[in-house]
Design a protein around this ligand. Structure first.
Ligand code: SF4
Ligand code: SF4
Length: 186
């Protein structure tokens, strides 16, 4: 579900009241037009600094499938997704939130994510995925020649969208805590 009048301020307010309204709807507008969101010349010059810092945020919408424990379990077993717990202070919320990201190289599936790590899908010539295949966090990171790249789908938006699925992500975090599955994407 999208709402073109939905702003980042609304996302913050949604997170503040999460404790009282855990079933927040997903309604963040996403313009996925490749021509509007990309500048491959810029990214080539930069060499992929963003992807060398962290795997990008995954939105529930990226799966194009009903979100359930069983469905996500099978996706996470492909080894390219990590589950991360975001502390409440990082998102100015009353509570911490579990999200999904593209997994980082040499990092566990349930990732405490301390420091910078390269995304597991980054190759010498850039992202392994086509633009259409990338998660929302990758598709909506807008490159800038002045290195002030702007994310239209960052941590706050990601937390907001996953807030409705905390029970499922919590159970998945328990399930994958001591398990490892190698990345089978490319
Ligand atoms: S989006 Fe920005 S940081 Fe990422 S590769 Fe492109 S120019 Fe570099
Ligand atoms: S999935 Fe692609 S765009 Fe996203 S961080 Fe990894 S290499 Fe970068």
């Amino acid at each position: 579900m999208t709402d073109s009048n939905f702003s980042r301020k609304d996302v913050y307010e949604g997170l503040e009241f999460l404790e009282f309204a855990p079933l927040t709807p997903r309604r963040i507008e996403k313009d996925m037009t490749e021509a509007n969101n990309t500048n491959y010349e810029c990214c080539k010059k930069c060499g992929g600094k963003c992807c060398k810092t962290c795997g990008c945020c995954i939105s529930p919408d990226d799966f194009n499938h009903e979100i359930s424990f069983e469905f996500l379990k099978q996706e996470i077993k492909k080894g390219y997704i990590s589950i991360e717990y975001i502390d409440h202070e990082d998102i100015h919320s009353d509570m911490g939130i579990y999200i999904l990201r593209v997994r980082n190289l040499d990092s566990p599936i349930v990732d405490p994510h301390i420091g910078k790590h390269q995304c597991i899908l980054l190759r010498e010539n850039g992202c392994k995925l086509t633009y259409a295949e990338r998660p929302s966090g990758g598709k909506l990171l807008i490159p800038s020649k002045t290195e002030k790249c702007y994310s239209k789908y960052g941590l706050v938006e990601c937390c907001y969208e996953w807030s409705s699925y905390q029970e499922i992500l919590n159970a998945l975090s328990d399930y994958f805590l001591e398990k490892d599955f190698p990345c089978i994407i490319g």
